[in-house]
Design a protein around this ligand. Structure first.
Ligand code: EPZ
Length: 417
């Protein structure tokens, strides 16, 4: 297994070109199953997760042509099975359910199973397909869904916000007969990006970005070229790194509005943040102040930035309370940060972080994607050598991380353990 050896204590200074968003790319890749002809995605980040999804699409029978971060998909699915060995690697594979059902009338998708941050059920995905007229059986760890006469539009009221269930329902409804209304839909920028791509292919979706999305089904979708939107979580991770190391980073090719909730809190903590049309400059010269946060669906504070923010609060002046309202087990980074000397007390879904002047070098273990980046950011602030083990978690969601951080003065090296 790989580890990252990090010699910290140097402020991050420089410019980072942020890549395309993993959480936009994954549903957009699933859309390749829906069109009658070629779909081309540009600015597609080269990640373990996007590679896994492309492997699944080839398994379904699509032809894939890759040229760096531009990938084209053509052909039709000949196989409607998403097997356990592929889905277990990357749980967002569940997003092929809606597209396969909508275009081919059948899908057999392995239940993804849980992961480090929670049981991650997919009951809302299944219920949405049933509301659209599919028959669904759960057997042998698989979702067996059929809609031989196609799907029919319906009103689907989600009991709480689910990004993936909104995406699956929106894709399925795009080719259903009649109109679908998604109530208490997710409002994430990645939902807007997905709807924009589907509309460019001939779908009729309105309301995306609000909590009520209306989809008027069409008979077929045609080809398009779509540019994957910038990754707000990667951008936020670097912004936090700049502040934690008392450095100065310019982030380019981003959408600053997508980071508003993070930037508001960081300004309250004392960071200096300037923004332009597609860039932001983040710097901090003194120790940050402790500021409480509570994760919420967009536009609230992103759960995918909670671990990184906690690492920043470990060095803040004062105590902060961090509440995780989206996932039931997203504090796996706490014991690892504690190994670096952090003072954190977890009580249910809240963690109280008492800031310290400095953390200490230590070997730590990544447990999930966002925990791993939070440990890397913490290590960058520490005078001395720290080692973050199991960084295959990192490779799932951050492309060329060592190069991007290295270009900003970080001293890190990937080693085989
Ligand atoms: C997406 O996951 C993201 N992944 C996650 O990012 C992100 O943390 C999450 O949305 C919330 O913003 C992708 O987009 C690929 P949810 P998703 O459905 O869709 C529960 C990262 O680090 N739930 O919005 O799986 C669920 O357990 C990843 O990049 C059900 O109970 O999240 C969670 O508690 C991590 N039943 C809550 O809803 C369901 O059918 C929100 O989950 C679906 C979800």
């Amino acid at each position: 297994m790989d580890a990252l050896e990090i010699t910290g204590g140097t402020a991050l200074r420089g410019t980072v070109k942020v890549s395309g968003a993993k959480n936009a790319a994954l549903p957009l890749l699933a859309v390749s199953l829906m069109g009658a002809d070629k779909l081309t995605l540009e600015n597609l980040p080269a990640l373990a997760d996007t590679n896994s999804m492309i492997e699944l699409l080839e398994h379904h029978g699509l032809t894939v042509a890759r040229n760096d971060e531009t990938v084209s998909f053509s052909g039709s699915a000949t196989n409607f099975d998403a097997p356990y060995e592929l889905v277990a690697k990357m749980r967002a594979s569940i997003l092929v359910l809606g597209p396969l059902l909508a275009r081919y009338g059948e899908a057999r998708v392995s239940l993804p199973g849980g992961c480090a941050i929670g049981t991650r059920p997919v009951d809302l995905h299944v219920k949405a397909m049933q509301k659209l007229g599919a028959t669904v059986e759960l057997a042998d760890g698989y979702i067996q869904a059929r809609a031989p006469k196609g799907l029919t539009g319906a009103r689907i009221v989600f009991p709480f916000v689910s990004v993936g269930a909104t995406e699956n329902a929106m894709m399925a409804a795009a080719l259903a007969r009649g109109t679908t209304e998604l109530v208490q839909a997710a409002r994430e920028p990645e939902i807007i990006d997905l709807a924009t791509c589907l509309n460019a292919m001939g779908a009729k979706i309105t309301g995306h970005g609000t909590d009520i999305i209306t989809i008027e089904g069409v008979d077929a979708l045609h080809s398009t070229n779509h540019q994957v939107l910038p990754d707000r979580i990667e951008a936020g991770s670097f912004a936090i790194g700049a502040a934690m190391t008392c450095g100065h980073l310019r982030l380019e090719t981003i959408v600053p509005e997508h980071l508003e909730s993070l930037f508001d809190v960081m300004r309250d903590a004392g960071a200096s943040i300037k923004t332009g049309a597609d860039w932001a400059e983040i710097s901090a010269s003194n120790r940050l102040q402790a500021v409480d946060i509570e994760t919420r669906p967009y536009p609230g504070f992103a759960t995918d930035l909670q671990a990184q923010y906690m690492a920043m609060m470990c060095l803040a002046d004062g105590s902060s309370v961090i509440s995780e309202t989206i996932f039931e087990n997203r504090f796996m980074h706490v014991p690892e940060l504690a190994r670096m000397g952090a003072n954190i007390i977890v009580d249910g879904r809240s963690a109280v972080v008492k800031g310290r002047e400095a953390l200490k070098p230590a070997p730590v273990m990544a447990t999930d994607l966002r925990a791993s980046i939070s440990l890397v950011l913490a290590a960058l602030t520490i005078d001395g050598v720290s080692r973050v083990n199991r960084i295959y978690h990192l490779d799932r969601g951050y492309s060329r991380l060592e190069q991007k951080l290295g270009a900003c003065g970080a001293k890190l090296q990937r080693i085989q353990t």
